[in-house]
Design a protein around this ligand. Structure first.
Ligand code: T4K
Length: 377
């Protein structure tokens, strides 16, 4: 039965996420500096410092800031010399596949591993053809894809690997950043992400030459005042976004720690609730707790969408990331790889998933209420 618990109704709606903000005074001081220098964009001092500091924080050498995570993907794909097919997951935000269309590639969907929600490496080789150029996996919910297996396949077939790491800010596996995997990784710094610059993103590359080329691609193709080497776009991050990012970076570790506490609390509270599974994450992974997906199984007392409605009617705005599957959208559903028989796990998981609210300032009492609604209605 769905319906609201009047007494428990939240005064304020509880959204799936809320950004943490730096102090307004600190941001005002950054704005004052921007006003003083009159450098508003085009790789100004805040931009340069943020690239440097992010490299230190993330444990990677080459960071190129861009104006959002979708542009990061588009530039990373433009970076590839050849065009053709790219193997990817249908279980992601639609930007992942849209970026392929923008850059002239044909997406080829491969099913996910239902345990990780990531592209299943065991199914990739069957999808490789003479036209395959690259693999575009996603570290879904910041849970690392099977990077070793994917790299082994890429090496065997001479393919590029570009990771959509939009969810994977700061994620480490066995103490090492996962952003160094593949040819390039792309990040999103959207307001809904663990680290945000209002809008923003970055591309992580392996060497200085790649970073230089990405610099051309995000700046119209300019090398200097009179030399244009490629049909680049305007993918630049402004000084305001970069200045905000520098302030955010100061407290991002604390933000992640607070999220970890919420995540652990959910896990314990949901343990033993019949028909609700949490995402299994390997012990070797230090995550960022950007999302808290649960999977509503057939033996749960109500259906997934009923649970979504029940929470909503009580002021709790969970999200069905990622339902519907990308492969079901009109632009993609006629692709041979989009046929449901090819994507059984992704279809099931998309029908089960519900991302519960998680953010640094979410109090544990609210988590108790959410779990109570899930368990008892
Ligand atoms: N690849 C992957 C795997 C991605 O997940 C994404 C983006 C991308 C690539 C592309 O990166 P970007 O180009 O976006 O940088 C959100 C985000 O817009 C999107 O960035 C994100 N993934 C996707 C998973 O989620 P919506 O439509 O769910 O956002 P929205 O506006 O409904 O926000 C959710 C809740 O967050 C709101 O109910 C309230 C709260 N919120 C939101 C905003 C924007 C705030 O409290 N403050 C805010 O400013 O897409």
């Amino acid at each position: 039965m769905t319906g609201s618990k009047e007494n428990d109704r939240q005064a304020e709606p509880i959204f799936v996420t809320r950004p943490s903000l730096p102090s307004l005074e600190a941001f005002t001081e950054s704005l004052r500096q921007i006003w003083d220098t009159k450098m508003l964009t085009n790789a100004g001092p805040f931009h340069q410092e943020l690239e440097h500091r992010l490299g230190e924080y993330l444990g990677v050498e080459h960071v190129s800031l861009v104006n959002n995570g979708t542009v990061a993907l588009i530039i990373a794909l433009q970076f590839l010399e050849r065009r053709g097919e790219v193997i990817t997951t249908p279980y992601s935000f639609v930007a992942t596949t849209n970026a392929l269309i923008w850059t002239g590639f044909t997406p080829v969907f491969v099913d996910i591993d239902p345990m990780t929600c990531n592209l299943d490496p065991a199914r990739i080789e069957a999808a490789i053809t003479a036209d395959t150029v690259a693999i575009l996996p996603v570290h879904c919910y910041g849970n690392p894809a099977d990077v070793e297996a994917i790299q082994a396949i890429a090496d065997r077939h001479d393919l590029h690997v570009i990771y959509d790491a939009a969810h994977a800010f700061g994620v480490r596996d066995n103490g090492k950043s996962i952003l160094g995997c593949g040819d390039l990784s792309t990040l999103s710094f959207h307001a809904t992400k663990v680290f945000n610059t209002f809008e923003g993103g970055a591309i992580i590359s392996r060497d200085a030459a790649a970073k230089t080329r990405i610099g051309h691609l995000r700046n119209f193709g300019f090398v200097d005042e009179v030399t244009v080497v490629t049909s680049g776009m305007n993918g630049k991050m402004s000084e305001i976004n970069a200045a905000f990012g520098l302030l955010q970076l100061k407290h991002v570790s604390e933000e992640i720690e607070k999220r970890r506490i919420v995540s652990e609390y959910y896990r314990q509270a949901l343990d033993g609730v019949q028909g609700v599974d949490c995402l299994a994450v390997a012990d070797s992974v230090a995550g960022n707790y950007g999302y808290f997906p649960i999977f509503v199984k057939a033996d749960f007392r109500i259906g997934r969408d009923e649970l979504y409605d029940l929470l909503k009617s009580n002021g709790i705005y969970s999200r069905r990331y990622f339902y519907p599957l990308i492969s079901s959208f009109p632009m993609y559903r006629d692709l041979p790889s989009a046929r449901p028989a090819n994507l059984g796990h992704a279809i099931r998981i998309a029908n089960e998933v519900l991302c519960l609210p998680i953010y640094a300032d979410l109090d544990l009492e609210t988590v108790d209420k959410i779990v109570d609604l899930i368990e008892n209605g």
